[in-house]
Structures are given as C-alpha cells and as structure tokens.
Design a binder for this molecule. Structure first.
Ligand code: NAP
Ligand code: F7E
Length: 323
C-alpha cells in the first residue's frame, strides 16, 4: 500500500502549514488547495514547498473544489480554509458566510461526489459557544454564536454532522479553542501583543493599543492542536471533539506576561485602549474541557500559557532584532 494522501484547504494559514508538516512527518503525500492571489502568500510553507502539491481552488467555487478533490484522490480531507478573523466578519458578513459556512458544504459535496470514502475533518471553533452560561464548555454545551463568523461555523458544524448522518461519510468536527503561534496573523490579539511588545523592546514603537482587556480565552499552541486534528481522523468512528487546555486567561494577563518575557517592568505606560477594537457583540469568556479527546484519542496539549507567551514574544523579538 502506498502513502496515504491528505488534502488540506487553508494550507497557507497558521494551522494548515503546521498540519502539512505534521502529516509529512508521518509519511503522507500532502496536497493543498490555494486560491489565486495577485501576490502569492506562501511564506508559512517555505520549508516544505518542494514536498507538497498545491492545486488551485477557492471555497467560493464549487467546480474548483470538485476538480481538486477528483485530481488528488485524497484519503483524508482537512477543511481549514476560512475567513477566520471575527472582527472582519462583522464588516464582511456575507463573504464570511460564503467562505466559512457554505464553503464547507461545497467541499463536503465535492468529497461526496469524488472521494466518498475519504475521512473529512471540519475546523469547527469554540466561537460556536459564544455567549456561554456554563463552564467549562464541552461537546454538550449549547451553541450561541456572537458574530457572523460564529454563525457561519455553526452552519458548517451541522453540515458536517448532516453528511455523516445522511451519507454515512466519515465526517468529524474538531471544536477547537484559540490556538496561537509565531505564525498567527498579526491582527489576532496574541500576535498583536507579542509583535507590539517586541517592537517596543527594540525601540520601534512606544505603545500597544488594544480593545477589551477583560475578555478571557483558553489559549493553546497550534502545533499541539494539529495533532488532535490528525488523531480525530484515525479513530474508529467519526465524532465531534473539543480541543482546549482547560485554562483561561484575560487579554490583560497575556499583555502582562508578554512584557515580562521581554524584560519590561513598567509596561502600564505603553498600554492604551481604543473602543475601535471592541466588537458589536463580544464573547467574554471561553474555557474548554478536552476530556473526551483525552479519553478517546489520547490527546492532551503539551504547551501551557506562560510557555506559549514566552515563545511568541521570543520569536517576534528575534524577527525585530534581525531587521
Ligand atoms: P488562518 O491562518 O486565517 O488561515 C486561513 C486559511 O484559509 C488561509 O490559508 C487562507 O488562504 C484560506 N482561505 C481564506 N479564504 C479562502 C477561500 N475563499 N478559499 C480557499 N481558502 C481560503 O486560520 P488558522 O488560524 O490557521 O485556522 C484554521 C481553521 O481553523 C480556520 O477554519 C479557522 O476558522 C479555524 N479555527 C481556528 C482557531 C484558532 O484559534 N486558530 C480556533 C478554532 C477554529 P490565503 O492565504 O489565500 O488567505
Ligand atoms: O480576539 C479581544 C477580542 O481576535 C480574542 C480566531 O482564531 O479564535 C479566534 O477568534 C479576544 C476577543 O480571537 C483586541 O475582543 C482585545 O475577545 O485574537 P482574537 P477570537 O475572536 O477569539 C477562535 C477560536 C476562532 O475560531 C477564530 O477563527 O481579544 N481583544 N483587544 C482584541 N482582539 C483583537 N483581535 N485585537 C485587539 O486589539
């Protein structure tokens, strides 16, 4: 039997690039769907570009997805492509619904038609819980999304469950809580902080301006979470799994730890808030329980909060010191 083949949407993003590395390490043939951009955005794939196959496609375009699935013939499909920034989803709600919601349905249709026995992973999100009334959140927690992004992910979640039930497809949701890394986009709060602190430490800036400092998140390290994605497709049956650390911290705590990691004590004087970074509806507090993933898949996150903040700040410090 030859190597197993994985097809990844969102391969150029944070998770897609780590997942591609993880699967190459396991001997997979790895292919990714990339959309046409006027300036290609392959920086996360630099180290592995000659070991993966890239095919053209867009989650908005059914024909391209069908063609990509047909030509690659995957054993496993990971749908990580999305308009993934919550704040932008309020400004571009229909686009977010198209890509993040309907895009999932289009990919499921392509798989149903052209690779029906492939295993399908959907990148679901703790944003489906949104306005929570119980803690920690589990696979049983009701959904109450608070953004067009969260609403689109609820649609995608149920589309995945529906294809499992209607067509007996191996379709699984990973309900992952926030996970971060030096590859995180600069607009997300953790990376905005690690980059902002590194700029201050290297004399390139003298302030860090944020929105709601009291929001709480369950932040983990992205490479730990791509292992959960892979494990969830190796299980005997398709199912839905929460991925989380079980610990939550405020944005303010992240800021504090980040300045400490850069050796800056009087950090208060650099920190500003601006209401323009607040959201029309906020998700105030998220903390997950990954007990089911631990029990059934043997998965546990390895990297804790303090270590995550330190490694992100160090990576940005190194980048800013270099130029
Ligand atoms: P990311 O860095 O923003 O990557 C998103 C990827 O989607 C990029 O490769 C992007 O390609 C691609 N994409 C965007 N629009 C597309 C379209 N129309 N057609 C095809 N591809 C498109 O996101 P991430 O943090 O790696 O997250 C991966 C997935 O997990 C996303 O679905 C996200 O919503 C979900 N998720 C993330 C977290 C988290 O904390 N990171 C938690 C839960 C769920 P371009 O390079 O062309 O823009
Ligand atoms: O915000 C607050 C903000 O943009 C986190 C995505 O990967 O995780 C991510 O969504 C919190 C929010 O991520 C700023 O109001 C304060 O409460 O880093 P974020 P997110 O919205 O949690 C989930 C699981 C996903 O699925 C998403 O794809 O931080 N916050 N001040 C700020 N946020 C940003 N971005 N910028 C600020 O200045």
């Amino acid at each position: 039997m030859g190597a197993r083949t994985a097809l990844i949407t969102g391969i150029t993003g944070q998770d897609g690039s780590y997942l591609a590395e993880h699967l190459l390490g396991k001997g997979y043939r790895v292919a990714g769907i990339v959309r046409r951009l006027s300036s290609p955005n392959l920086s996360n794939l630099k180290a592995i570009q000659d070991r993966i196959e890239l095919v053209d496609g867009d989650l908005i375009d059914q024909a391209s997805l069908s063609q990509a699935v047909r030509s690659i013939g995957p054993d496993e499909v990971y749908n990580l492509g999305a308009q993934s920034f919550v704040a932008t989803s309020f400004l571009q709600p229909a686009l977010t619904g198209e890509i993040t919601g309907l895009g999932t349905l289009r990919l499921l249709e392509a798989v149903r038609a052209h690779a029906p026995s492939a295993r399908f992973y959907q990148a679901s999100s703790s944003e489906i819980f949104g306005h929570v009334e119980t803690e920690p959140q589990t696979e049983q927690t009701p959904f109450h999304p608070r953004s067009p992004y969260g609403v689109a992910k609820v649609y995608a979640y149920w589309a995945t469950v529906n294809y499992r039930e209607a067509y007996s497809m191996f379709a699984t949701n990973g309900i992952l809580f926030n996970h971060e890394s030096p590859r995180r986009g600069l607009e997300f709060v953790t990376r905005k902080i690690s980059d902002g602190v590194a700029r201050i430490a290297t004399g390139k800036s003298n302030c860090l301006t944020l929105g709601n400092l009291d929001a709480r998140r369950d932040w983990g390290f992205a490479p730990d979470y791509v292992d959960l994605m892979w494990r969830s497709l190796q299980h005997g049956t398709p199912d839905d799994y929460v991925g989380a650390t079980g610990e939550s911290h405020t944005v303010r705590e992240f800021v504090e730890q980040a300045f400490a990691a850069a050796g800056i004590r009087d950090w208060d004087r650099y920190l500003k808030t601006d209401a323009r970074f607040n959201r029309p509806a906020e998700v105030f507090n998220l903390r997950g329980s990954a007990d089911k993933a631990k029990r059934q898949l043997g998965w546990e996150p390895k990297t804790r909060f303090q270590e995550l903040v330190r490694l992100m700040v160090e990576a940005d410090l190194e980048r800013h010191r270099a130029g």
